[in-house]
Design a protein around this ligand. Structure first.
Ligand code: ZN
Length: 128
Protein backbone atom coordinates (compact mmCIF):
# COMPACT_ATOMS: atom_id res chain seq x y z
CA UNK A 1 0.00 0.00 0.00
CA UNK A 2 1.26 3.45 -0.87
CA UNK A 3 1.24 5.40 2.37
CA UNK A 4 1.76 8.75 0.68
CA UNK A 5 -1.28 8.18 -1.48
CA UNK A 6 -3.34 7.23 1.54
CA UNK A 7 -2.24 10.33 3.41
CA UNK A 8 -3.09 12.51 0.44
CA UNK A 9 -6.50 10.88 0.23
CA UNK A 10 -7.20 11.35 3.92
CA UNK A 11 -6.03 14.94 3.80
CA UNK A 12 -8.26 15.65 0.81
CA UNK A 13 -11.15 14.08 2.69
CA UNK A 14 -10.43 16.23 5.73
CA UNK A 15 -10.29 19.37 3.58
CA UNK A 16 -13.58 18.48 1.99
CA UNK A 17 -15.24 17.90 5.36
CA UNK A 18 -13.82 21.12 6.79
CA UNK A 19 -15.19 22.95 3.75
CA UNK A 20 -18.65 21.54 4.37
CA UNK A 21 -18.31 22.48 8.02
CA UNK A 22 -17.40 26.09 7.25
CA UNK A 23 -20.28 26.27 4.83
CA UNK A 24 -22.74 24.97 7.42
CA UNK A 25 -21.45 27.42 9.99
CA UNK A 26 -22.31 30.22 7.62
CA UNK A 27 -19.17 31.15 5.74
CA UNK A 28 -20.55 32.63 2.52
CA UNK A 29 -17.20 32.25 0.80
CA UNK A 30 -17.42 28.53 1.01
CA UNK A 31 -19.29 26.41 -1.40
CA UNK A 32 -19.55 22.86 -0.32
CA UNK A 33 -20.64 19.65 -1.85
CA UNK A 34 -23.19 18.88 0.83
CA UNK A 35 -24.68 16.01 -1.09
CA UNK A 36 -21.43 14.14 -0.68
CA UNK A 37 -21.76 13.88 3.08
CA UNK A 38 -23.33 10.63 4.04
CA UNK A 39 -26.94 9.98 3.14
CA UNK A 40 -27.90 13.46 2.08
CA UNK A 41 -29.25 12.86 -1.36
CA UNK A 42 -32.50 14.57 -0.39
CA UNK A 43 -30.77 17.70 0.88
CA UNK A 44 -32.20 19.82 -1.90
CA UNK A 45 -35.79 18.90 -1.33
CA UNK A 46 -37.34 22.02 0.03
CA UNK A 47 -39.90 21.51 2.75
CA UNK A 48 -42.02 24.52 1.82
CA UNK A 49 -42.82 27.75 3.58
CA UNK A 50 -43.75 27.77 7.27
CA UNK A 51 -41.18 26.28 9.56
CA UNK A 52 -38.64 25.83 6.83
CA UNK A 53 -36.12 27.95 8.66
CA UNK A 54 -36.35 25.72 11.70
CA UNK A 55 -36.19 22.74 9.42
CA UNK A 56 -33.08 24.10 7.71
CA UNK A 57 -31.48 24.72 11.05
CA UNK A 58 -32.14 21.23 12.33
CA UNK A 59 -31.07 19.69 9.08
CA UNK A 60 -27.82 21.63 9.15
CA UNK A 61 -27.24 20.62 12.76
CA UNK A 62 -27.61 16.98 11.89
CA UNK A 63 -25.33 17.31 8.87
CA UNK A 64 -22.82 19.06 11.09
CA UNK A 65 -22.95 16.13 13.46
CA UNK A 66 -22.22 13.75 10.62
CA UNK A 67 -19.38 15.92 9.40
CA UNK A 68 -17.84 16.06 12.87
CA UNK A 69 -18.18 12.31 13.21
CA UNK A 70 -16.48 11.80 9.86
CA UNK A 71 -13.68 14.20 10.79
CA UNK A 72 -13.15 12.04 13.87
CA UNK A 73 -12.99 8.99 11.60
CA UNK A 74 -10.37 10.69 9.44
CA UNK A 75 -8.24 11.39 12.54
CA UNK A 76 -8.65 7.78 13.64
CA UNK A 77 -7.55 6.64 10.18
CA UNK A 78 -4.38 8.75 10.46
CA UNK A 79 -3.69 7.03 13.79
CA UNK A 80 -4.17 3.61 12.26
CA UNK A 81 -1.77 4.62 9.52
CA UNK A 82 0.83 5.47 12.19
CA UNK A 83 0.31 2.14 13.91
CA UNK A 84 0.40 0.21 10.69
CA UNK A 85 -3.10 -1.18 11.06
CA UNK A 86 -4.61 0.99 8.36
CA UNK A 87 -6.56 -0.91 5.73
CA UNK A 88 -7.31 -3.91 7.94
CA UNK A 89 -10.84 -4.54 9.10
CA UNK A 90 -11.15 -3.93 12.84
CA UNK A 91 -13.54 -6.84 13.20
CA UNK A 92 -12.15 -9.69 11.12
CA UNK A 93 -8.65 -8.40 10.38
CA UNK A 94 -8.96 -8.99 6.66
CA UNK A 95 -7.84 -6.29 4.26
CA UNK A 96 -10.52 -3.75 3.45
CA UNK A 97 -11.48 -3.68 -0.22
CA UNK A 98 -9.30 -1.23 -2.18
CA UNK A 99 -12.28 0.27 -4.01
CA UNK A 100 -13.97 0.84 -0.68
CA UNK A 101 -10.91 2.64 0.68
CA UNK A 102 -10.92 4.86 -2.37
CA UNK A 103 -14.46 5.95 -1.66
CA UNK A 104 -14.12 6.05 2.11
CA UNK A 105 -10.45 6.37 2.97
CA UNK A 106 -11.34 6.32 6.67
CA UNK A 107 -13.24 3.04 6.55
CA UNK A 108 -12.65 0.86 9.64
CA UNK A 109 -14.36 -2.29 8.50
CA UNK A 110 -14.56 -4.45 5.43
CA UNK A 111 -17.82 -4.17 3.53
CA UNK A 112 -19.30 -7.25 5.08
CA UNK A 113 -18.60 -6.15 8.64
CA UNK A 114 -19.68 -2.58 7.90
CA UNK A 115 -23.07 -3.91 6.82
CA UNK A 116 -23.30 -6.04 9.93
CA UNK A 117 -22.33 -3.18 12.22
CA UNK A 118 -24.94 -0.95 10.59
CA UNK A 119 -27.61 -3.61 10.88
CA UNK A 120 -26.80 -4.10 14.53
CA UNK A 121 -26.81 -0.35 15.17
CA UNK A 122 -30.14 -0.11 13.38
CA UNK A 123 -28.92 2.57 10.99
CA UNK A 124 -30.81 3.04 7.77
CA UNK A 125 -29.04 2.37 4.51
CA UNK A 126 -25.38 1.81 3.99
CA UNK A 127 -22.51 4.23 4.37
CA UNK A 128 -20.35 2.16 2.06
ZN1 ZN B 1 -14.24 -7.55 8.33
Amino acid sequence: MDERKIRARLEAERERLLGVRRHLLGDPETTADLASVGELSNYDQHPGDIGSEVFEHEKNASILEQVDAQLGEVDAAFERLEKGSYGSCEVCGNPIEATRLEERPFARFCLEDQRRVEREAGLPGSTA
